[in-house]
Design a protein around this ligand. Sequence first.
Ligand SMILES: Cc1ncc(COP(=O)(O)O)c(C=O)c1O
Length: 334
Amino acid sequence: LALKASCPSDKIVWDSPAKSKTEIDYVIQHAPGAIVNANSIAELDMYPADHGLRLGLRVLLMSATGAPQVFDVSSSDSKFGEPITSRQEIIECFVRRPDLVGLHLHAGSDIGNIAQNASRVSAVYDLALEINSVRVAAQLPALNYLDIGGGAGVYLDGRPSQGLEEYAESITAKCDVLSSPLQIITEFGRFTYGHCGWLWSRIAALRSNTRDHYLAILHVGADALVREIYQPHPQPHSYTVLDSHFNLDPATDKIYDLAGPLCFAGDVIAREISLPQLSLSHSIIVCNAASNSLALWSRHCSRRMPAVIHYRHQQSCVLAKPAETLEDIITFWS
Ligand SMILES: Cc1ncc(COP(=O)(O)O)c(C=O)c1O
């Protein structure tokens, strides 16, 4: 995907706990100079000596991150990274394998206070310094990158999220990695995209089964917002209502649940939110929906993925990806 998007191969970072030999050979052939982080010392056996990559090793720090359990990849039973308890083996491996040039850390997603990740960055930097001193003694080249992963959370209800300045300050307070010769690579996902897009849906139906319960059924639900529906305590989004002329309608007349179009009871993306008195000519915007939505799209009920439209302030809109067609769905299942 990155190559197809004309990303230079030396800007590509590939992490995965389940790389196949075929995939590794593909990257070696098509993305020379890419950064590839091996998930374990054992994985390194899959790389030939002349791989031409910037090869690094992911380290598992085994310390609680404060991220929701399902996104916390730092626990002692995690599948990600070589456990830091194997410190000596890691150092010996870096002496045995001079082609290893970096270390990688990604502690989890939606880490409540990303500044707390500074202690993990500092711990991996310590390891890098120790590796470098052993390497210098063995006349081997020093490491040239530290990939500190992503993990900064965002607030989907529109509250300002924590910035990265505090994170950088916390790292600097603990160690001098940011002014060291190591290239620092980051992998912020949700923080980069979370607030950059929204989902728009017409109202498919309105109903009220009992006198005090109002429900709007939308054309989007658990198919696009998989995490929100299947996670036990999802973060709430904020919602905006447009009237029939696509003007904002900020009224808060009634309490509604917003249900999706899928075939199960739990497909409700918002409960008890205050909205204007809705009619079928209103439409709803799910705000801050640009991360972990289309990437997690669910084929349950075989609904078509909506179009993706790109825009910049005061510039015209561009159809970046057309909506799926019925043919696309048939092709998927055929
Ligand atoms: C290795 C790695 N890096 C970066 C990310 C992005 O995480 P986030 O969106 O929390 O910044 C992930 C997400 O799962 C990941 O597995």
